[in-house]
Design a protein around this ligand. Structure first.
Ligand code: AVJ
Length: 314
């Protein structure tokens, strides 16, 4: 049994507002569902960011050419299917090494074999790991550039996001960069549609965590007795996903009983949305300076380049 998972589940479900960390969505099945979400019409973040990346890569190439940078090691956090790094690798020949981190090891292995074929001269390292905790990486002398696309940073509470950025800055070192995808605040309807797709893929993605608990933690959730719920919490600027119990029921997990009232929810994910200026604040609280921003049409998504400027100290 996976003890980190079990501990987190028990702790989360003992809370007055039951909650689970979203990182547990991504077992093999969950990672597949997520890739399907990215193909949905309603889910704008993926395709919007992907469409912005070629322009980002071109301008980044010009930018780094003007800096005293000899070579770059790119470190992707939550690398998953590795589809977003390609435009960067194609354009930026200064990237000689690529380090991919992800919580789903199998998914990553498949993807990196494919990447190695497309970029035979690139040094690729993959590491399965939980980047929500501070990590130690063996990095080379090259200038480090973090890459954290997909607005995954939105899964953190703002304070956690700041901690993550601070840790990443320590890991990547002096003079490093961070390229980040950030989902912006926008029309509520557009936000809610993105998490309530008509094919119910997001619902299946959400419920997959119940399947995973049944399989890995000897739990007995009935999938039909929970429903997917995703709403925009305007006050907190975040999409919340929940699993709502349709009836009053009791569920066993590894021998412990949990009571659900009718309508009671398990809070499974937050996805924070930021105004660009709000995000600047967050980044600078973690010691990063924003060098550049690229906005998708109508400002529905942002990619930012942060710099670990030498004059900022903790
Ligand atoms: C992987 C965190 C970017 O919040 O949009 C997609 C995950 N959850 N649909 C997001 C997700 C439901 C996604 N991130």
């Amino acid at each position: 049994m996976n003890h980190g998972f079990l501990q987190d589940v028990l702790a989360g479900l003992r809370l007055p507002q039951k909650a689970l960390p979203p990182k547990y969505f991504y077992d093999a099945q969950g990672s597949e569902y997520f890739d399907k979400i990215c193909e949905l019409d309603e889910y704008y973040p993926y395709r919007t960011e992907l469409a912005l990346l070629p322009e980002v890569a071109q301008e980044l190439k010009q930018y780094v050419a003007q800096q005293p940078i000899e070579s770059i090691q790119l470190v992707e956090f939550g690398a998953g299917s590795l589809r977003k790094v390609k435009p960067l690798l194609q354009e930026l020949s200064l990237i000689k090494e690529f380090v991919a981190l992800d919580i789903s090891g199998e998914h990553l292995k498949k993807a990196s074999a494919d990447l190695a074929e497309s970029f035979p001269d690139l040094q690729i390292k993959v590491a399965q790991g939980d980047f929500t905790k501070p990590i130690e990486l063996e990095l080379s002398e090259a200038t480090s550039m973090g890459f954290f696309p997909g607005s995954t940073i939105g899964n953190f509470e703002p304070e956690e996001a700041s901690d993550f950025l601070r840790n990443a800055r320590a890991t990547l070192g002096e003079g490093s960069y961070m390229l980040l995808g950030v989902d912006t605040k926008k029309d509520q309807q557009m936000l809610e549609r993105a998490y309530n797709d008509s094919k119910d893929i997001t619902a299946r993605f959400n419920k997959n965590i119940l399947t995973r608990m049944n399989r890995e933690l000897d739990a007995n959730f009935h999938l039909d007795q929970f429903e997917h719920l995703a709403i925009y919490n305007q006050d907190l600027g975040r999409i919340e996903m929940h699993l709502r119990s349709c009836i009053q029921q009791e569920v066993q997990i590894a021998g412990e009983s949990f009571q659900f009232k009718e309508g009671e929810t398990i809070h499974t994910e937050n996805s924070y949305k930021y105004h660009p200026e709000e995000f600047d604040q967050l980044a600078s609280s973690a010691g990063w300076q924003r060098e550049k921003i690229w906005l998708a049409p109508d400002g529905i998504f942002a990619i930012m380049l942060l710099h670990n400027a030498d004059n900022v100290r903790d």
